[in-house]
Design a binder for this molecule. Structure first.
Ligand code: ATP
Ligand code: MG
Length: 1108
C-alpha cells in the first residue's frame, strides 16, 4: 500500500509560507533561517518555490531524489525544486498546458543553477531513446557554450550570467523533448572593455588563452600571457575553483555536440582574438594644420594583426578610427576624431563585435536545437534573468533590469490572481476582492509610450540640438513630477526639494520592491549605443564570413539613414514579446535568495536576506496568496489525512469524500467562516485552522499509535501464547507418546522374557517327556533286540546243536554204515580197494583241476604273464609245465599269423637286438623304428632311375649317409645302397656310383658304444676295394644298416661271419695310415650334434653329446 505523505509531515518551521502564523517580515525571515539551518533550502509560497543558495553540494539532487519526486503531488513531499519541475512537466505532458518557469533573484542567488536543475530533472524524467537523448544532450550542452561567452566572474558571483536568458523547450505529445529556442537579453557588453575592480571579463577570453594549444594561439596571433591584453583585468585573472583550461575543452566539446562546424568554431575564436587585439590599439593625439584635434594609432602592430585575422584592409580600419562620416540627405561630412573619440570608437566596436558575436552564437545554437517538423508542440519556458538590482550607484542597466522585474512581478500578480480567481470560480467559491499592491502604475511610469521614462529618453536621444543626461533629467522631472512613484530634486514636488538623500543628478523610482536611486549619467549614451558608420562599413568589408554577417548595416548598398533603434526601445520591445509569451503559459516561480555576501555556506545574513525578501516582493507574494483562503486541498486527500478526527469518518468513510469532510468538519470545533466547501476542494481561510487540524491529527495519531501498539502487543502476546500452548501440546503429546512407547517396550520385553521362560520350561518339559518316551522306546527296542538276540542265539545254538547232533548222527551213521559196509565187504575188497579209492580220488581231483584250468585260462597274448594259481601242492610241476607249454603254443599261434616280410623284419629286429642290445646307447631308440630299407624309394624316384638300373641286385637298403672325409673329418652326403652282394656309395645329386664294395671285401664293421651314428666299414687287406682305405660313415639308420650288412654275412654260406666291433676306440685304415677313431662323450662344442675332427695323422676325434 502506498503511504500517503504530506508536506506537513516532519516540517521544519513551515514548508509553505502561506501557513506562516503570524505573518510578518520577521517571522518570514526567521522561518527561512530556521529551515536554512536545517539544510532545508527550499520553501514554498503556495506554488512558488523560494530557493536559498546553500553554497555547497547537498545530497538532494541525486537520481534517487529524482525518483522520489517523480509523479508525486506538489504538496506530498517536503519542498523541492524537483517538485516544481515535476508539477510543471506533468501538467505540460498530461494537461497539454504550456509552462514557463520564472527564476529570479539577485546575482549569485542560484538562478542559473536552479535552471540547470530544472532542465536536468526534466531530462531525467522524460522519455528516452537515441533521438531524444541527442536532443536532450544538445539542449543541456548549450549551457556551457553560453556560459563561456555570457558569464563572468563578478564580486558577487564567480560565474555570474551577464545576460538574461529565456529558453523554450519544446516537447511532443508524449512529453519527449524535440528541441528548443533560446532568447537572450541585455548582454552586459560594457564588461568587454572595462571591468570593475575584482571582476573579470567574460570567461571565454581567459579560457582561450589558458586552454588553446600553442599552435592555435599562434594561428590566432595571441600570447598566453593575460597581462598583454588591455581588455583583461589582471587583479582577478585566476579564480579559485575555476579551471579555465579544462573549461575551454568542455566548451569546445559542447560546441561540437551542439553542432558547430570546425570552421565556425575557428571563426568565433578569431573574433574573440580580434576583440583582444582591438583593446591593445592605442591612440596618441596629433594636431592638424587647420588646428583640429586628431588622433593617431600608436603602434600599428596589433591593428595589423587584427586586420589579418579578420581579413580587413588595414588602411580602411585605420581611417575608420580617425574619421567619422555623417551622412545627411545627400551630403556626406567627414570629421576627424580626437583621441577620446577614437577610444570611444574602438570600445564601441569591441562591444558591438562581442555582443553581436554573442547574439550570433544564440542564433546558431537555436538553428541546431530547433525542433524539426511543424506539428504543434508543447512548450516549457525557463527564464533565468537578473533579479531586482539595487546598488549604491544605479545606472541605465539597473533601470532596465528593474523594469523587466516590474513586468515580471506584474504578470505574477496577474497570473496568480487570475489563477486564484479561476480556481474560486471553478470551485464555486464566492470571490472576495483581494487587497494587494498592483505595480501596473510603475510599469506605466517606465514604458508609457507617451510620457514613460523610456519614451522620453528616446525622444531626448533623437532630438536635434545638444542632448545631455541633464537635459534628459530635466525633462523627466518636469513630466513625471506628479507621479507617485517618481522622485527627483528637480521635480515640482516640494517634498523632495530638501531631500538630501536624493542628489541633483539622480532620480528615484519607488519600485514595488523598494526605492531605487538612478544616476542619470550615461543614460543618453547607453541608450544611443552608437557605432560609427565608418566602423560598421569597415567591418562589412572584411574578408571574413562571420564578421560580414554581424555588421549587415555596413553594406553600402543598403545605407539606412535612419538611426538604429535605441537600446531602451529594443529592450522594451523584447520585454514586451517575452511578457506576451509568458502570459500564454502557466507560470511557475522560483525565487532565489542568497544567504550571505561571502559565497560561504552555513552563513545566514539577516539583513541581506531581508533586503532580498523585500525587493523580490515575497511578502507581497504571500499576501496575494493568502488573500482569499490560505490553504486548499482536494476532498480525498483531506479526508484521508484528517478522517481520524471524527468517529464517524474513522476508520472508513463509505460515502463521497466531500460528505465525509463535511461530517468531519462539523464534528470539529471550527467556526464556519474559517472554511468553505468548493466543488472538489476544501478551502481553509486561516493557517491557524490548518494547524489546529494538524495538531488534532497529531494527537489522534498518538492515540492511534498507542491503540495500534496496544493491539499489536496484545496480538503479539496472544500469538506468542498460542504458539507456546500449541508447542506445549505438541511437546507433551510427543513426550507421552515417548513415555508410553518406553513403557510398552518394557512390558513387551518383560512379556517376551516371561514368555520365553515359560516356553523354555514347557519345551524342556516336553523334551524331557519326549526323551523319556524315546528312551522308553529305545529301551523296549534294545530289550526286544536283546531278547530277540537271546532268542535267536538260543535258537542258533539249538539249531547248531541240532545240526551237530544231526551231523554227528550222520557221521556216526556213516561210520556205522561204513563200518557195516567195510565189515560186510571187507572180505571182498580188502586187497586193492585202497588203491582204487586213491586213484579214483586222484582222478576226480585232476578232472576238477583241468576243468577249472579250462575256465581260468589267460589270454592269447604272448606278453600276458597271468597264469592261474596252483590249486594243489602236488600239482606244482604240472602246473608250471602247462604254463610253459601254453606260452609256447600261443607264441607259435602268434607267429603263425605273420607274413613273410613281417617275419623277415622281426628277424632283422631280433638280429639287431642280438647285436646291439645293451652294447650301444643308440639301440633303444631304434627299437620302435620300423626297418624301412629303401628310404629313397629308389625304384620310384625318377632321380635315381639311372642308379636303380645300374644296380644289378635288388636294393635292400637305400639311404643318405654322411661320408666322413678321411683328411679332415668333415662329412659329405652320399647315397648308401646295400644289395645282397655289395655296398654302394653314390653321389647324392647325380646318382653316380662313387664306390662299390663287394660284401666279401668287408672284414668288419666298427661302431661306438655311444648314441652316435658313426660306423666304419673295414675292408679286408689286399682286397680291391681297400685301396683308398676304410670307409667312415655316419647314418641316422645305423642300427638297420649294420644289422642288414651283418645279416647278409650270416646268410651267405660262402662268406665269413662279419665282425661287429663295438667300442669307443677303434682303428681304421685310411690309405696308408692307421687312424684311431676316438669317441668322446660329453658336451660337444657346437650345439647338440656330433662333431668329428681329424686331430692328427693318428687320431680322429668324435664328440658325442651325452644322452643324459
Ligand atoms: N542549489 C545549489 N547547490 C549548490 N550550490 C549552488 C546552488 N545554487 C547556486 N549555488 C552556488 O552559487 C553560485 C552562484 O549561482 P548562480 O550562478 O546560479 O547564480 P545566479 O543567480 O545565476 O547569479 P547571476 O545572476 O550572477 O548569474 C554557483 O556557482 C554555485 O556555486
Ligand atoms: Mg546566472
Amino acid at each position: 500500500m502506498e503511504v500517503k505523505t504530506s508536506l506537513l509531515d516532519n516540517m521544519i518551521g513551515v514548508g509553505d509560507m502561506v501557513l506562516l502564523e503570524p505573518l510578518s517580515e520577521d517571522s518570514f525571515i526567521e522561518n527561512l533561517k530556521n529551515r536554512f539551518e536545517h539544510n532545508e533550502i527550499y520553501t514554498y509560497i503556495g506554488s512558488v518555490v523560494i530557493s536559498m543558495n546553500p553554497y555547497r553540494t547537498l545530497p538532494i539532487f541525486t537520481p534517487d531524489k529524482v525518483e522520489e519526486y517523480r509523479n508525486r503531488n506538489f504538496y506530498e513531499l517536503s519542498p523541492h525544486i524537483y517538485a516544481l519541475a515535476d508539477e510543471a512537466y506533468r501538467s505540460l505532458r498530461d494537461q497539454d498546458k504550456d509552462q514557463c518557469i520564472l527564476i529570479t533573484g539577485e546575482s549569485g542567488a542560484g538562478k542559473t543553477e536552479a535552471s540547470k536543475l530544472v532542465m536536468s530533472y526534466v531530462a531525467a524524467v522524460c522519455g528516452k531513446g537515441q533521438e531524444v537523448n541527442k536532443v536532450k544532450e544538445q539542449l543541456l550542452q548549450s549551457n556551457p557554450v553560453l556560459e563561456a561567452f555570457g558569464n563572468a566572474k563578478t564580486v558577487r558571483n564567480d560565474n555570474s550570467s551577464r545576460f538574461g536568458k529565456y529558453m523554450d523547450i519544446e516537447f511532443d505529445f508524449k512529453g519527449d523533448p524535440l528541441g528548443g529556442v533560446i532568447s537572450n537579453y541585455l548582454l552586459e557588453k560594457s564588461r568587454v572593455v572595462k571591468q570593475p575592480r575584482g571582476e573579470r571579463n567574460f570567461h571565454v577570453f581567459y579560457q582561450l588563452l589558458s586552454g588553446a594549444s600553442d599552435e592555435s594561439l599562434k594561428k590566432l596571433k595571441l600570447h598566453r600571457d593575460f597581462s598583454k591584453y588591455n581588455y583583461l583585468s589582471l587583479d582577478s585573472a585566476a579564480v579559485n575553483g575555476l579551471d579555465d583550461a579544462a573549461n575551454f575543452r568542455t566548451v569546445r566539446n559542447a560546441m561540437q555536440i551542439v553542432g558547430f562546424m570546425e570552421d565556425e568554431v575557428q571563426s568565433v575564436l578569431e573574433l574573440v582574438a580580434a576583440v583582444l587585439k582591438l583593446g591593445n590599439i592605442e591612440f596618441k593625439p596629433d594636431s592638424r594644420s587647420n588646428g583640429s584635434d586628431e588622433s593617431r594609432i600608436k603602434d600599428k602592430n596589433d591593428l595589423k594583426e587584427m586586420c589579418e585575422l579578420l581579413g580587413i584592409e588595414q588602411s580602411v580600419l585605420e581611417r575608420a578610427f580617425s574619421y567619422r562620416t555623417v551622412e545627411a540627405k545627400s551630403e556626406k561630412v567627414s570629421t576627424t576624431l580626437n583621441v577620446a573619440q577614437a577610444y570611444y570608437a574602438r570600445d564601441a566596436l569591441a562591444k558591438n563585435l562581442y555582443s553581436r558575436l554573442f547574439s550570433w552564437l544564440v542564433t546558431r545554437i537555436n538553428e541546431s536545437i530547433k525542433a524539426q517538423g511543424k506539428t504543434r508542440h508543447k512548450v516549457m519556458g525557463v527564464l533565468d534573468i537578473y533579479g531586482f538590482e539595487i546598488f549604491e550607484d544605479n545606472s541605465f542597466e539597473q533601470f532596465i533590469i528593474n523594469y523587466c522585474n516590474e513586468k515580471l512581478q506584474q504578470i505574477f500578480i496577474e497570473l496568480t490572481l487570475r489563477e486564484e480567481q479561476e480556481e474560486y470560480i471553478r470551485e464555486g467559491i464566492e470571490w472576495t476582492n483581494i487587497e494587494y499592491f498592483n505595480n501596473a502604475v510603475i510599469c506605466d511610469l517606465i514604458e508609457n509610450n507617451k510620457n514613460g521614462i523610456l519614451a522620453m529618453l528616446d525622444e531626448e536621444c533623437l532630438r536635434p540640438g545638444t542632448v545631455t543626461d541633464e537635459t534628459f533629467l530635466d525633462k523627466l522631472s518636469t513630466i513625471c513630477a506628479e507621479h507617485l512613484h517618481f522622485e527627483s530634486r528637480l521635480s515640482k514636488n516640494s517634498k523632495f526639494l530638501t531631500d538630501h538623500s536624493l542628489p541633483h543628478n539622480c532620480f528615484r523610482i519607488q519600485h514595488y520592491a523598494g526605492k531605487v536611486l538612478y544616476r542619470a549619467e550615461g543614460f543618453v549614451d547607453k541608450n544611443n549605443d552608437l557605432l560609427y558608420r565608418d566602423l560598421s562599413q569597415a567591418m562589412y568589408k572584411a574578408n571574413h564570413s562571420l564578421i560580414k554577417q554581424l555588421f549587415p548595416e555596413g553594406n553600402p548598398a543598403k545605407v539606412n539613414l535612419k538611426r538604429p533603434p535605441t537600446a531602451g526601445f529594443q529592450f522594451k520591445a523584447s520585454v514586451g514579446t517575452l511578457m506576451r509569451n509568458l502570459q500564454t503559459k502557466n507560470p511557475n516561480y522560483i525565487r532565489c535568495i542568497k544567504p550571505n555576501d561571502k559565497k560561504a555556506s552555513h552563513i545566514f545574513t539577516d539583513s541581506l536576506v531581508r533586503h532580498q525578501v523585500r525587493y523580490l516582493g515575497l511578502m507581497e507574494n504571500v499576501r496575494v496568496r493568502r488573500a482569499g483562503y490560505a490553504f486548499r486541498q482536494p476532498y480525498e486527500p483531506c479526508l484521508e489525512r484528517y478522517k481520524m478526527l471524527c468517529k464517524r469518518t474513522w476508520p472508513h468513510w463509505q460515502g463521497p469524500a466531500r460528505e465525509g469532510v463535511e461530517v468531519m468538519m462539523s464534528a470539529l470545533p471550527v467556526q464556519a467562516e474559517e472554511f468553505s466547501y468548493g466543488r472538489s476542494k476544501i478551502f481553509i481561510r486561516n493557517p491557524r485552522t490548518l494547524f489546529f487540524l494538524e495538531e488534532r491529527r497529531r494527537q489522534c495519531l498518538q492515540d492511534l499509535a498507542t491503540l495500534i501498539q496496544k493491539i499489536y502487543r496484545g496480538w503479539k502476546c496472544r500469538t506468542h501464547f498460542l504458539l507456546l500452548k500449541k508447542s506445549q501440546i505438541v511437546v507433551s503429546a510427543w513426550y507421552r507418546r515417548y513415555a508410553q512407547q518406553k513403557k510398552y517396550q518394557k512390558i513387551k520385553s518383560a512379556t517376551t522374557v516371561v514368555q520365553s521362560y515359560t516356553r523354555g520350561w514347557q519345551a524342556r518339559k516336553l523334551l524331557r517327556e519326549l526323551k523319556h518316551q524315546k528312551r522308553c522306546e529305545e529301551a523296549v527296542t534294545t530289550i526286544s533286540a536283546f531278547w530277540h538276540g537271546t532268542q535267536a542265539r538260543r535258537e542258533l545254538r539249538r539249531l547248531k546243536e541240532e545240526a551237530r547232533r544231526k551231523h554227528a548222527v550222520a557221521v556216526i551213521w556213516a561210520y556205522w554204515q561204513g563200518l557195516k559196509i567195510r565189515r560186510e565187504y571187507r572180505k571182498f575188497f580188502r586187497a586193492n580197494a585202497g588203491r582204487k579209492i586213491y586213484d579214483f580220488t586222484i582222478q576226480r581231483i585232476m578232472q576238477k583241476y583241468f576243468l577249472g584250468l579250462k575256465s581260468t585260462m589267460p589270454s592269447m597274448s604272448p606278453i600276458d604273464k597271468n597264469w592261474p594259481a596252483r590249486p594243489y601242492l602236488f600239482l606244482g610241476g604240472v602246473h608250471s609245465e602247462l604254463r610253459r607249454i601254453f606260452h609256447l603254443w600261443r607264441c607259435k599261434k602268434y607267429r603263425s599269423k605273420f607274413t613273410e616280410e613281417k617275419k623277415a623284419v622281426y628277424e632283422e629286429k631280433l638280429e639287431a637286438s642280438e647285436i646291439f642290445k645293451d652294447k650301444k646307447a643308440l639301440y633303444p631308440s631304434s627299437v620302435s623304428q620300423p626297418f624301412k630299407g629303401d628310404y629313397l624309394e629308389i625304384n620310384k624316384n625318377p632321380k635315381y632311375q639311372k642308379l636303380s638300373i645300374a644296380m644289378e641286385d635288388k636294393v635292400l637298403l637305400a639311404d643318405v649317409v654322411n661320408k666322413i672325409n678321411r683328411a679332415n673329418g668333415k662329412g659329405t652326403a652320399r647315397l648308401f645302397l646295400l644289395t645282397k652282394n655289395s655296398v654302394v656309395l653314390a653321389d647324392q645329386k647325380t646318382g653316380q656310383v662313387k664306390a662299390s664294395v663287394p660284401l666279401p671285401d668287408l672284414s668288419s664293421v666298427s661302431v661306438s658304444t655311444q648314441s652316435d651314428g658313426f660306423f666304419a666299414l673295414k675292408l679286408k687287406e689286399g682286397s680291391a676295394s681297400a685301396v683308398k682305405g676304410d670307409f667312415l660313415l655316419s647314418s641316422e639308420h645305423l642300427i638297420e644298416i649294420i644289422t642288414k650288412i651283418h645279416r647278409m654275412g650270416t646268410r651267405a654260406a660262402d662268406r665269413e661271419q662279419l665282425d661287429i666291433d663295438i667300442s669307443d676306440e677303434f682303428l681304421v685304415q685310411f690309405k696308408h695310415d692307421k687312424v684311431c677313431v676316438k669317441f668322446i662323450p660329453g658336451v660337444p662344442k657346437n650345439g647338440n650334434s656330433v662333431s668329428c675332427k681329424r686331430k692328427n695323422n693318428r687320431l680322429l676325434e668324435v664328440s658325442v653329446p651325452s644322452t643324459a
